[in-house]
Ligand binder design. Structure first.
Ligand SMILES: [Mg+2]
Length: 192
């Protein structure tokens, strides 16, 4: 089956992971190691507004000084040359996604940010991007550096690549494991 669409996570996948989740949790007053969006959703309306403002501020600061991961630009250009569509699926805000895209002069066929679909690990964003790009599940691959990326892809019935610098238990659930975007490129070339 031809590869038509690659859906990338943003932070830690195409961009260097710079958001300090611990600092965000501490400022909001959330316990360590809780998923931030889900914890915010459980707060009262007033607390949610305050928490979202804190998260947005941290994300905007990071987006202003974000760096591309090594090989990101080359990989995106390579896929475009092959006629493969590229998309972004992130738990970040729309503002921070657009800022990162502009800052690095990137182009995507589609993107899904926070609040536009139920967030990963829900498969909703994957389904939305496949519909937007006209790709079926067996023509789509999700690439990400966290278990939510792999869970979202698996729940949508698509193949997945876990991008990890060291072995992680959850990465075993991915179709493939890569340690760099150059690895990802080799896997995508072999997969299609
Ligand atoms: Mg990530």
């Amino acid at each position: 089956m031809a590869l038509k669409l690659v859906i990338f996570d943003l932070d830690g996948t195409l961009l260097e992971a710079m958001l300090d989740f611990g600092a965000v949790r501490a400022e909001i007053g959330l316990p360590p190691a809780t998923p931030i969006l889900e914890a915010i959703a459980a707060l009262s309306d007033t607390e949610q507004a305050r928490a979202r403002a804190i998260l947005d501020r941290h994300e905007a600061a990071v987006a202003e000084r974000s760096c591309l991961m090594p090989g990101a630009r080359e990989l995106l250009a390579h896929l475009r040359e092959r006629g493969v569509k590229v998309a972004v699926l992130t738990r970040n805000s729309r503002a921070s996604v657009d800022l990162a895209i502009r800052r690095h002069g990137l182009a995507f066929d589609a993107s899904v940010a926070r609040d536009e679909h139920r967030p990963k690990p829900s498969p909703d964003g994957v389904h939305g991007l496949m519909a937007a790009c006209g790709a079926a599940a067996d023509e789509t691959i999700v690439v990400g550096d966290y278990r939510f990326d792999i869970e979202a892809g698996r729940s949508a019935g698509v193949r997945t690549i876990a991008l990890v610098s060291e072995p992680k238990p959850w990465a075993r659930d991915a179709t493939w494991v890569a340690s760099s975007l150059a690895d990802v490129q080799r896997l995508l070339d072999a997969a299609s």
